[in-house]
Design a protein. Structure first.
Length: 487
């Protein structure tokens, strides 16, 4: 019912003012009528349409969203993950660009301008940034600095950095109003430096994202002295940071960084680190030095990091051996080396785990207690390695996506350990859900045989739950997508 209320309002408003929707004009003695154009829509109807468009973009926590919606009290955007921020129709920019009347009306409502986008490869967007920031008055905002074209500045890091130096002076005073602040740039050297560039307090900042598609060294856009991280971001819960900023903070302010993590950060994502990149290379960084940070969070993602896993001397080797296992809710490892992947899987465990494009040759076991997702594992010997690693795994949900999996892996899942006796050492003993996505070497017959084998375990009382398989993908002979429940 609540979803119908805004439409009823629009219909009632239109019926009330429809007599104004025609225009009269006279030629000689004859009077004519014509339909109004889009610019002739009355303000009353337009403001209702705009507010309705805005309300649809808010993520509500209950079913009483319209009754609880108050444009004077709402202060921030709750962004959906699948929003295309590069779309020309994105609210409020799409509506504000229709005509001057619409633009003026949109600019009269500060709430509409609580999501600010700045495309640094578009001069007009950069020039408009001060105006857009002022339109939101003193409301809380989300601010995203990115590129319209992802290939922008690929070969010109100095141009991107120059634009960012000027832009930071503009957005700096508004950081205090940010609940979410995103820098999605081409080069890591164009990013702000966490230790020096945030000289304005960010008391309500929940999410800070700083990403560079190309790792070319540490950024830094101002000459400010170092700040106190803990006092600077008292409410920060999610930190998505480039590897060069992460290593810089660990090397120069490890205690402050650890205190910040322990006080507020729950999600940490670190991406892109090249120890030899930049005019002043930062050099090797031992992954175990980051454990004081890792152990404070519940959600950890590591992507494309050239971190060292080998201690520098015997004393450090002894210290590594004494490291306590870190326990997380979620762990994601993406594009890491085989030794680094092995080191992390030996020392970090998680309720759910995702591994993407990481060699598994040195991994001893999967430390995921419940859910495991493997993607793009296509190295030599992958199928054999998976049979060895998955057989003793005791999780309940397994996803294999674009992996070099063959029928032999599924045969293993439907078998018991050789000479063990039925059930007591069943392979993947707790598995309830298997998802196979785009694994063309797996046959439909192998899928069916696995389901029937697991069903026999269940009926014999050797497996307590039903077993389901989702297969999705394409084979040369026929495409297939099936969901099958056995048991």
């Amino acid at each position: 019912m609540h979803a119908l209320i805004p439409w009823l309002i629009l219909v009632a408003s239109y019926n009330h003012i429809k007599s104004r929707m025609q225009m009269k004009f006279t030629v000689g003695r004859n009077q004519y009528r014509k339909l109004a154009t889009i610019e002739d829509l009355p303000f009353e109807l337009l403001i209702l349409i705009f507010k309705f468009a805005f309300s649809n973009l808010i993520s509500w926590e209950d079913d009483d969203e319209w009754e609880g919606f108050d444009t004077e009290q709402a202060t921030m955007w709750s962004l959906e993950h699948d929003v295309d921020i590069r779309s020309p129709s994105l609210f409020p920019y799409g509506l504000a660009s229709v005509c001057r009347k619409w633009s003026k009306l949109m600019q009269s409502v500060p709430l509409f301008w609580t999501r600010i986008l700045v495309f640094i490869d578009e001069p007009i967007s950069v020039q408009q940034a001060p105006t857009d920031l002022k339109l939101s008055k003193n409301l809380a905002i989300t601010l995203t600095v990115t590129r319209r074209r992802r290939s922008a500045f690929n070969n010109d890091p100095s141009a991107e950095r120059s634009i960012m130096e000027g832009l930071m002076k503009i957005i700096g005073p508004h950081i205090a109003r940010c609940t979410r602040l995103t820098f999605d740039l081409t080069h890591t050297s164009s990013l702000p430096r966490l230790l020096t560039d945030f000289d304005h307090l960010a008391p309500i900042l929940d999410v800070l994202i700083m990403r560079g598609a190309i790792a070319n060294g540490l950024g830094g856009l101002t000459s400010n002295t170092e700040i106190n991280l803990e006092n600077q971001f008292p409410q920060l819960e999610e930190l998505d940071i480039d590897g060069h900023n992460f290593v810089d903070s660990m090397n120069n302010a490890p205690q402050q960084f650890a205190e910040l993590a322990s006080e507020s950060i729950r999600r940490l994502r670190v991406e892109k680190y090249d120890p030899a990149a930049g005019s002043t290379p930062q050099g090797r960084f031992l992954v175990f030095d980051a454990f004081p940070i890792f152990e404070q969070v519940t959600w950890l993602e590591l992507d494309s990091l050239t971190f060292d896993h080998t201690p520098r001397d015997h004393a450090e080797m002894v210290g590594v051996d004494e490291i306590d296992n870190i326990d997380l809710e979620y762990l994601s490892l993406v594009h890491l080396s085989a030794p680094l992947t092995a080191a992390l899987t030996r020392t970090v465990s998680a309720e759910s785990m995702r591994i993407v494009a990481c060699p598994l040759r040195d991994v001893l076991a999967f430390p995921a207690r419940r859910k495991l997702k493997l993607e793009k594992i296509n190295y030599a010997g992958t199928a054999l390695r998976l049979r060895i690693l998955l057989a003793p795994w005791r999780g309940t949900s397994l996803t294999l996506r674009r992996c070099a999996v063959d029928d032999a892996v599924l045969v293993m899942m439907g078998s018991v350990w050789e000479g063990s006796g039925l059930g007591l050492a069943m392979n993947v003993p707790c598995l309830e859900k298997l998802r196979l996505r785009f694994c063309p070497k797996v046959s439909e017959m192998a899928v069916s045989d696995l389901g029937q084998a697991r069903a026999r375990f269940q009926h014999a009382g050797l497996h307590p739950n039903f077993f389901s398989i989702l297969t999705q993908g394409y084979k040369a002979e026929t495409g297939y997508k099936t969901v099958t429940i056995f048991g």
